[in-house]
Design a protein around this ligand. Structure first.
Ligand code: ADP
Ligand code: ADP
Length: 217
């Protein structure tokens, strides 16, 4: 069954309807893009998936462990990279793994080797691309089955985005982690993901195979 299943979701801010009858699913291990212009409702949808927002109606079923890379990365700037990573493990407390194992960051450095040489530096002093890597690594520390990434490419140079995208593909292939990419940059998201949803003014305007959607006007 699907890792995430959203049906007929309606979310309102006061009298304003931000999401109107949105349905979406994420299968285990797939890469899905959620694209749409500013104000379309992407963040609202993500925040409903992760439980931050409560829908007015509709259903959200999350059968997998989900972690979010928040828009804007949200580093603890005065803490080191390694400390930032370990903070990502807090959600695992009480889940049976030993504390030492929970806090082991070594596998994250294997996946994101660019972080090795900055592991003891304060996160606040890093470049935007490095901070985005830390944000991804921190989310991975909770061992998610579904990784939701809000605006991966925001403010980053194309080469850095390509590098991050490669790491995500690797993560998806090697660990089977499902990735949901929320992007204004539709080209990037459609390139990276096999399936996509286009959100416009709170509604799903199109959905399907990324290649088909990229080819349509
Ligand atoms: P996106 O992430 O695609 O840019 P959002 O989910 O942030 O879109 O916003 C969807 C709509 O909901 C927009 O019209 C936005 O102005 C509105 N909105 C978002 N957050 C709030 C809020 N806290 N209060 C009122 N309106 C909001
Ligand atoms: P995004 O589009 O990625 O959601 P925004 O810059 O639109 O980012 O929103 C930043 C913050 O402002 C969010 O917390 C959002 O909920 C809030 N917000 C957005 N639109 C409105 C609005 N019309 N009224 C009140 N808060 C809003």
């Amino acid at each position: 069954s699907d890792a995430v299943e959203v049906r007929d979701l309606v979310v309102r801010y006061g009298a304003a309807t931000a999401l109107d009858s949105v349905s979406l699913r994420v299968a285990p291990g797939e890469m899905v893009a959620l694209v749409g212009p500013n104000g379309a409702g992407k963040s609202t949808l993500v925040n409903t998936l992760t439980g931050i927002l409560t829908p007015a109606s509709g259903s959200v079923v999350v059968r997998a462990r989900i972690a979010q890379v928040p828009e804007g990365r949200q580093m603890f700037g005065d803490l080191t990279v390694d400390d930032n990573l370990r903070l990502g493990a807090w959600q695992l407390r009480g889940r049976g793994k030993s504390r030492r194992k929970q806090r082991d960051t070594s596998w994250v450095y294997e996946l994101l080797p660019d972080l090795v040489r900055v592991r003891d530096r304060k996160a606040g002093g890093l470049s935007g691309g490095q901070q985005q890597m830390v944000a991804v690594g921190r989310a991975l520390m909770s061992r998610p089955e579904v990784l939701v990434i809000d605006e991966l490419s925001l403010g980053l140079a194309p080469l850095i985005v390509a590098d991050l995208a490669e790491h995500l593909t690797e993560l998806n292939r090697e660990q089977g982690t499902a990735v949901v990419l929320i992007e204004q940059n539709a080209r990037l998201a459609l390139d990276l993901c096999s399936r996509a949803y286009v959100l416009e003014a709170g509604r799903i305007a199109a959905e399907g195979d990324s290649a088909d959607l990229a080819a349509s006007p």
